[in-house]
Design a binder for this molecule. Structure first.
Ligand code: ADP
Length: 326
């Protein structure tokens, strides 16, 4: 039995001429989850999202939503809706008519579609702006309208392509909380493309890390952060050191490393950087094999035992902090 609105990617591939943008990826999104497709620019996130939306054909493989193969259906018939990066609002239409647009295309009569648009505007807290034109709104407000417009079709899955990238840092954090609230309230799945690991960690129940057209690692956000399987994931998620040791390559969280006297830890190194970060001090040192290690110390610990640039110190960590990566 499949879950009511489960989305499954079955070995999907996207080629543009000779470029393989997405290479045979498979993934099953749980029902009603906030999922982030995360990875560096060019790794195939948007192509994946556009294939799910139906804005791009799959070259190979299939997309199954609620047990139905939707791979070759037009976007409006899939049960998905997409919110674009630039919001793509119609400048000559009022906010209400923008939101109601897809219902107008579907032949829903004016009163009914306006009433439904007003419900959605209420959901995104934009009821007072229904008569305005898009150019009379701030970026954050335009985004809410774009969200309402995407949600009016009652999608089972909402697809968001870098939805926060056009906002200033303050608004981005506010809208982030707003997206999460909406996803919970609606109980549908959101699939959100981002290249920001902090954004993915803040929002996602599930993170799908992509690299070079493939899924590098996927799973609950905590697992991906705490137990990276590859050096790429450890570096990309941040907060980790990746070290080559005699036993292989390991990832170590910067906050799981202790400082010792030289010779008393597992490895010694000369301090090359001391960065004050508010609650923490990030101390960087060069260690054997021309490698670098970064340690996060509490501000208090650092003040009690300050270190200087060039000083030789030792580093230690518990066995349980070691994460073997390939
Ligand atoms: P991301 O969203 O992770 O930045 P994309 O899915 O946009 O990655 O792109 C993946 C790869 O496919 C890149 O190499 C990109 O240059 C290429 N690509 C994307 N769209 C097109 C297109 N319309 N035509 C040709 N190549 C494309």
């Amino acid at each position: 039995m499949h879950n009511s609105s489960e989305l499954e990617l079955v070995s999907i591939t996207k080629k543009y001429g000779d470029t393989v943008a997405v290479d045979t990826i498979s993934y099953r999104f749980g029902h009603g989850v906030y999922a982030c497709l995360l990875g560096p620019s060019g790794c195939g996130k948007s192509s994946t999202l556009r294939m799910i939306a139906g804005h791009e054909d799959v070259t190979d493989g299939s997309i199954v939503l609620s047990g139905r193969d939707v791979s070759h259906l037009p976007p409006a018939k899939r049960g998905t809706a997409m919110m674009f990066q630039n919001y793509a609002l119609f400048p000559h239409l009022s906010v209400r008519d923008n939101v109601a647009f897809s219902l107008r295309m579907a032949g829903v009569e004016y009163k009914k579609r306006s009433r439904r648009a007003d419900e959605l505007l209420e959901l995104v807290e934009m009821s007072n702006y229904a008569e305005r034109k898009p150019d009379q709104l701030s970026g954050g407000q335009q985004q809410r309208v774009a969200l309402a417009r995407a949600l009016i079709t009652r999608p089972q899955v909402l697809l968001l392509d870098e939805p926060l990238s056009a906002l200033d840092p303050f608004l981005r954090i506010r809208m982030r909380a707003e997206l999460k609230r909406l996803q919970r309230e609606l109980g549908i799945s959101f699939i959100h493309v981002t290249h920001g690991q902090d954004e993915a960690l803040a929002l996602a129940d599930e993170i799908i890390v992509m690299n070079n057209a493939k899924i590098e690692q996927a799973g609950p956000a905590r697992d991906v952060y705490n137990t990276p399987k590859t050096a790429f994931v450890a570096r990309f998620m941040g907060g980790h050191n990746v070290l080559s040791t005699s036993g292989g390559q390991i990832a170590l969280r910067s906050d799981a490393v202790d400082i010792t006297s030289p010779g008393k830890g597992r490895i010694d190194g000369h301090v090359t950087g001391i960065e004050y970060q508010g609650r923490h001090v990030a101390l960087t040192a060069s260690v054997t094999g021309e490698q670098e290690i970064t340690v996060l110390l509490s501000d208090e610990d650092f003040v009690n035992a300050p270190k200087e640039l060039g000083e030789l110190i030792g580093f230690d960590w518990a066995d349980r902090s070691i994460c073997e990566v390939c």
